[in-house]
Design a protein around this ligand. Structure first.
Ligand SMILES: Cc1ncc(COP(=O)(O)O)c(C=O)c1O
Length: 412
């Protein structure tokens, strides 16, 4: 079945404003069922969690439904789903929770390709604990981050290997399963930043070998809420400072205070929406409030998510080739190198033009792109481009059209 981008665009009423959104790596528009789910909680009788009365039971059900949704999205155990305000906040939670057992002589491995959210928390906790930081370098000529970059770094004293599932700057998808196998061979914990990858690829945390995998729903048509998944036994080994009366159980002990029930309902609706992307049906088929984890049709939501994300990947890859071909045909455009087969996100610079000027020029024409380092600070420092303004980033999302790609190329 062809990918029905027109139907998907209809589910994003904000697209009617006419902007061409190549800024999905910084945040996507929210699908309409998601907005409806959030508003449904805020406008309905939803109390704080209690079994004593129905509005309190609704709150309990919303949390359970969101854990089930994250489990279906990522192939994870719902009992190991921890929600947090942002991926950044969750990486700090995990890093603090692990660092207490580190000792001088230990080391942690981070990469120069990662978003700073999966770098700085580890570097700062390593510094606090007197632990060495080892840096896995990408190849500046190709943008690849091969497993060979980790081989000389990982040893029996490695406590954590923190690596991205996809670069938010150039789309590189490292061989995380091989990197994880290497790390696990030495008993290290693998922390995977899935914030960029989740929007573009089917995800299976077990196949990746991720001990922790973090994702942020606002990168895939959801609200501003993040989830980190790990096996419950792994969370048991993760320390957390918490209030006396609050639950010490996993996963609740990592979720400080009262959760945002409205955003949790939006999170579930976003997963339900992703599960419809490859459907003949309408996005309205998606469960909205209190998604049960079971949608219309025979296949499970997990199966439908995997099928949908595979369809997303092939649709986005085709459009991305059109974008790359167009960029590469322009002599004044320097495309930063990235290996084939990555996520559909490109960074480039125009000769003689500051990246911020390029972004503003496109912005004036209703074309949304980011410029700068987009927090991939180590990447741009290693490329020698950070001081001079980084680059311009354009990404394909599953609501992007070929016409929009042509509009961007014409504007450049
Ligand atoms: C790859 C990657 N990791 C982490 C983050 C941080 O996510 P959050 O804004 O949820 O902290 C981002 C945000 O841009 C990202 O692209």
């Amino acid at each position: 079945m062809p990918f029905d981008v027109a139907r998907i665009r209809q589910a994003h009423p904000a697209l009617a404003e006419g902007y061409a959104h190549f800024d999905g790596a910084a945040g996507t528009l929210v699908a309409e069922p998601v907005a409806r789910a959030v508003a449904g909680v805020l406008g309905g009788a939803v109390s704080n969690r209690t079994t004593a009365f129905a509005p309190g039971r609704r709150a309990l059900a919303i949390v359970d439904a969101a854990r089930a949704a994250a489990g279906d999205l990522l192939g994870a155990d719902p009992a190991g789903v921890v929600f947090g305000q942002s991926a950044t906040a969750l990486v700090y939670t995990v890093a603090r929770g692990l660092a207490g057992t580190w000792e001088p002589g230990d080391n942690v491995v981070v990469t120069r390709l990662d978003h700073d959210a999966n770098v700085r928390p580890w570097v700062q906790l390593a510094s606090a604990m007197g632990v060495e930081v080892r840096w896995a370098a990408f190849d500046p000529a190709t943008g690849a981050l091969p497993v060979a970059a980790f081989e000389p770094l990982v040893d029996a004293r490695t406590r954590v290997v923190a690596v991205t599932a996809a670069s938010n700057a150039i789309g590189t998808v490292p061989d995380v399963p091989a990197i994880a196998a290497l790390a696990h061979g030495f008993g290290a914990v693998v922390h995977v930043d899935g914030v960029h990858a989740t929007a573009h690829l089917p995800v299976d945390v077990a196949a990746l070998g991720a001990d922790y995998y973090v994702t942020s729903a606002y990168k895939w048509s959801g609200p501003h809420l993040a989830a980190c998944v790990a096996a419950p036994a792994q969370w048991e080994r993760t320390a957390m400072l918490k209030l006396l009366p609050s639950s010490d159980a996993v996963p609740e002990r990592f979720e400080l205070g009262t959760p945002s029930f409205e955003l949790l309902a939006g999170f579930t609706a976003a997963v339900d929406f992703l599960a419809t992307l490859d459907d003949a049906g309408t996005p309205d088929d998606a469960g909205v409030l209190n998604g049960s984890g079971v949608l219309n049709g025979a296949a499970s939501r997990r199966e439908r998510v995997l099928r949908s994300m595979a369809a997303v990947h092939s649709y986005e890859t085709r459009l991305f080739e059109r974008l790359l071909d167009g960029l590469r045909s322009m002599p004044a455009v320097r495309v930063l190198p990235a290996p084939a087969g990555g996520c559909p996100t490109v960074s480039f610079r125009i000769a003689g033009e500051d990246p911020a000027t390029t972004a503003a020029r496109l912005g004036d024409q209703g074309i949304c792109v980011f410029s700068g380092d987009y927090y991939a600070a180590e990447y741009f420092t290693a490329m020698g481009l950070r001081e001079s303004g980084g680059a311009v980033r354009a990404g394909i999302y599953h609501y992007t059209t070929a016409d929009e790609v042509d509009r961007l190329l014409a504007a450049l």
